[in-house]
Design a protein around this ligand. Structure first.
Ligand SMILES: NC(=O)c1ccc[n+]([C@@H]2O[C@H](COP(=O)([O-])OP(=O)(O)OC[C@H]3O[C@@H](n4cnc5c(N)ncnc54)[C@H](O)[C@@H]3O)[C@@H](O)[C@H]2O)c1
Ligand SMILES: [Zn+2]
Ligand SMILES: [Zn+2]
Length: 351
């Protein structure tokens, strides 16, 4: 079968022929129908410091099959698998949890102490077929397409950010960054009762996409974001909620200035280095609540996100902008730097 692999600590990816994997006793085998490129995969393609750090933290072994966001049909199950059958449509949770540690036993399996990462600690899903532990399978409803299913994992990150924001009906939300996750945060915020979303990026293409979802789009490289925030929130002294999804360290120089006293900040993006924050001014005297997000709550976030997708409260089709066969992996990764929403590999396009 065709698979996109990373063969070592160097830039680039390769599409190669490898044997179709067989599921172990606790695993399923799926025929991959759609699989999406994530920021982590882009780091691996470039092989930068983030790639090195993440790969080392989660025990990478070369060569490995890239990819972790996917949906497909179960074609085989291991001897010990229960509750999942051949023919089921599934998506995979990337955080492979142990089920035994304190976090797993207290409802926080996404932050398991013995976490392995799908598509890093083991082979992933940029391939015609992929195996995964049955414990990380989420059964997709019949009404959800494979392309939508491939976006459940990154969409779940956006959903988790909204779940941690303590949103109240009518709130004004500032979404910093209109990449794929920011776009989904914007849609989920509006579907969850936000009064308005101010969506910010430095890329006109991305700002335009956010406007399509009904956000007030701002290109912060061209417009004065402080003025826009003041225009809508002067009375309450800033926005109620900020979600940081750019990962740009410079954003933190002014981020908290847009927040009203007693507001909430959720950080999703990884800036890649430590950032100085004025704790007195930005956190303490502001009474700010600051929360981080890592992955998705298993399975609470998945069901919540699916509820929005199934009932057409959000539109994932707009987030997907490109589709490639596995064999065009280099072109697909190059497209990530040229303006794109989510980019999918559709293995059927190789046939
Ligand atoms: N916490 C988690 O569990 C988790 C999970 C998945 C991804 N992430 C992280 O979330 C972040 C977003 O992911 P994504 O796939 O949407 O990435 P992305 O690269 O598609 O989006 C980032 C966006 O930020 C914009 N941007 C960059 N600098 C900016 C600036 N100074 N001001 C305004 N906008 C700016 C870019 O133009 C881009 O549109 C990444 O850092 C990723 O690593 C975190
Ligand atoms: Zn991902
Ligand atoms: Zn655990």
């Amino acid at each position: 079968m065709k698979a996109i692999i990373k063969s070592g600590r160097k830039p680039g990816v390769e599409c190669v022929e490898i044997p179709r994997p067989a599921p172990k006793a606790d695993e399923v085998l799926i025929e991959v129908k759609a699989t999406a490129i994530c920021g982590t995969d882009i780091h691996y393609w470039k092989w930068n410091d983030s790639a090195e750090a993440f790969a080392n933290q989660y025990n990478v072994q070369f060569p490995f099959v890239l990819g972790h966001e996917c949906a497909g049909i179960v074609t085989e199950i291991g001897a010990e698998v229960e509750g999942i059958a051949v023919g089921d449509h599934v998506a995979f949770e990337t955080h492979i949890y142990c089920g035994r540690c304190y976090q797993c036993r207290t409802g926080n399996a996404h932050n398991c102490q013995n976490l392995a990462i799908y598509g890093t600690s083991c082979d992933g899903c940029f391939a015609e077929y992929a195996t995964a532990p049955a414990s990380v399978c989420f059964k997709l409803p019949d009404t959800v397409s494979f392309e939508e299913g491939a976006l459940y994992e990154p969409g779940g990150v956006a959903m988790h950010a909204v779940q941690r924001a303590d949103l109240r009906p009518g709130d004004t939300v500032l979404v910093f960054g209109c990449g794929a996750i920011g776009q989904m945060v914007t849609q989920i915020m509006l579907a969850s009762g936000a009064g308005r979303v101010i969506a910010v990026d430095i890329d006109d293409y991305k700002v335009g996409m956010a406007r399509e979802y009904g956000a007030i789009g701002v290109n912060s490289a061209k417009e004065d974001l402080g003025e826009v925030v003041k225009r809508y929130t002067a009375e309450r002294g800033g926005v109620d909620v900020i979600v940081e999804v750019t990962g740009a360290p410079s954003v933190y120089e002014t981020l908290f200035d847009y927040l009203r006293p007693e507001g909430h900040v959720v950080t999703v993006a990884h800036p890649g280095k430590p950032i100085p924050i004025n704790v007195t001014r930005s956190i303490n005297t502001k009474g700010a609540t600051l929360r981080g997000v890592f992955g998705r709550r298993i399975w609470d976030t998945w069901y919540a996100f699916s509820g929005l997708v199934e009932n057409k409260k959000i539109d994932l089709s707009k987030v997907i902008t490109h589709r490639f066969p596995l064999s065009m992996c280099t072109e697909a990764f190059e497209q990530t730097g040229k303006g794109a929403g989510k980019i999918l590999f559709i293995p059927e396009l190789d046939k």
